[in-house]
Design a protein around this ligand. Structure first.
Ligand code: PMP
Length: 453
């Protein structure tokens, strides 16, 4: 048994963290989370923290689910691993694929597995290009993405991503990926421009990019229904229907990245359903197992699947852990929990709307808050220096980092992206949990205001 200080020392000496300034880590030491239960996590110092990020947008069913532990244990005993290569497979990926086909939009009936969202997006990129090659149009291979997109951390996923400063574009990107503006009204809408008009203008940027490249060269458009890691950027209602229309007009495939929005967060199994989008592929991961196992599922629509089967030949792609039997067993048990407990309906009819109301009522008028927005159980708080002009604190998101630290001190884990605070809690949150969260956020904002001004 090691003390917190001993763990921190070993961590700083040997452990390279994702997305971390290591000089900063050495100076301050890591927070070491040792256990969790329900909606709360506990650190090595014994602090109880309400986890408003569901781990990392993933622990949708909450912590302490012995059913998921049991599913993993039983599968490990029966058959810990076998592959799904070369016309071989095991039962749980088959059962899960059948289950996913039934909850996915009607025209989506095929599943390709990986272990992470990044892998699933890699697969998706390769698949759409493979599709057009099989269709005799190998030149149709440009993919259009957006600023502030986050699609993962492999080279292909970072190339799709729209955070140039942090990502693969710096170290060599996959060719033939273009980026356009994202539907972020808070910063990008013109004064007086309606939400509706702004949504259409942001969609028009996609059409312009297609026309500039030539539709005969454009394979697909990829987008998160709600941009998550980029700052919970929720598009106006006019955006996705217009994107759908544009993709159909130019015969461009529509790829949705639902790694965050999938499995209930928006009050439906998929945001495609809550926002009435009809995509050709849906990337999912995280909430598929509620984070209890690494697993991703790329859901593939009938159009692509038909070509893949009809034209034959090998899809030269796959991972050792594609369809891992233990991960798939846990996913099956997790989907069962979500359904049995009515978590999706609860988000849609109760906690989703209530989260928006409670945030607006509780902190909407705070001096540091420029906007509160939410959709289902994902929310953003825009941090501003001046509520009227929307002027920010110093660039680089320092204010949000200060707020995040005060939030942890006040017993709530949130995330800071530039000047935006983010919540993406487990779907088990109740109205009472939301009230508690809003109280803690308000205290954190008050404390931060005293420090920042
Ligand atoms: N897509 C989206 C929308 C994500 O939010 C993430 C992870 N935050 C990924 C892809 C990448 O998933 P992973 O980290 O499992 O590779």
């Amino acid at each position: 048994n090691f003390s917190n200080a001993q763990m921190q020392a070993m961590d700083a000496a040997h452990h390279l963290h994702p997305f971390t300034d290591h000089a900063d880590l050495r100076a301050a030491g890591s927070r070491i989370i040792t256990r969790a239960d329900g909606a709360y996590v506990y650190d090595a110092l014994g602090n109880e923290i309400l986890d408003a990020m569901a781990g990392l947008w993933c622990v949708n069913a909450g912590y302490g689910r012995t059913e998921l532990v049991e599913a993993a244990r039983a599968q490990m005993e029966e058959l810990p691993y076998y592959n799904s290569f070369f016309r071989c497979t095991t039962p749980t990926p088959v059962l899960l694929a059948d289950r996913l086909a039934r909850i996915a939009p009607e025209h989506i009936n095929q599943v390709f597995y990986g272990s992470s969202g990044s892998e699933a997006n890699d697969t998706a990129l390769r698949l759409v290009r493979h599709y057009w090659a099989l269709e005799g149009k190998p030149e149709k291979n440009i993919v259009i993405s957006r600023d502030w997109a986050y699609h993962g951390s492999t080279i292909a996923a970072t190339s799709l991503g729209g955070m140039a400063a942090m990502h693969g574009q710096l170290y060599g990107a996959v060719p033939n990926i273009r980026h356009v503006m994202c539907p972020y009204a808070f910063e990008l809408a013109e004064p007086g421009e309606s939400d509706h008009d702004f949504g259409l203008r942001a969609a028009k940027a996609v059409e312009d990019a297609i026309l500039e490249a030539g539709p005969e060269n454009v394979a697909a458009f990829i987008g998160e229904p709600i941009q998550g890691a980029g700052g919970v950027k929720i598009p106006p209602a006019s955006y996705w229907p217009e994107i759908q229309r544009i993709c159909e007009k130019y015969d461009v495939l529509l790829m949705l990245d639902e790694v965050i929005t999938g499995y209930g967060r928006t009050g439906a199994w998929f945001a495609a359903q809550s926002m009435d989008i009809s995509p050709d592929t849906i990337t999912t991961a995280k909430g598929l197992t509620s984070g209890y196992q690494p697993l991703s599922a790329l859901l593939v629509g009938d159009r692509i699947a038909k070509t893949l089967v009809d034209k034959g030949g090998e899809f030269f792609h796959g991972y050792t852990y594609s369809g891992h039997p233990v991960a798939c067993a846990v996913a099956l048990a997790n989907l069962e929990i979500i359904e049995r407990e009515g978590l999706i309906e609860r988000v849609r009819d109760d906690t989703g709307p209530y989260l928006g109301e409670a945030l607006s009522a509780g902190i909407g008028d705070h001096a540091l808050v420029g906007e509160v927005r939410s959709f289902g159980l994902v929310a953003a708080i825009e941090i501003v220096w001046d509520r009227e002009t929307r002027e920010r604190f110093e660039p680089g998101g320092h204010a949000a980092t200060v707020i995040r630290d005060h939030a942890i001190d006040n017993g709530i884990m949130m995330r800071a992206v530039m000047d935006t605070m983010i919540l993406s809690p487990p779907l088990i949150w109740t109205r009472q949990t939301i009230d508690e969260a809003v109280d803690r956020i308000r205290s954190a904002l008050d404390a931060a205001a005293r420090e920042l001004r």
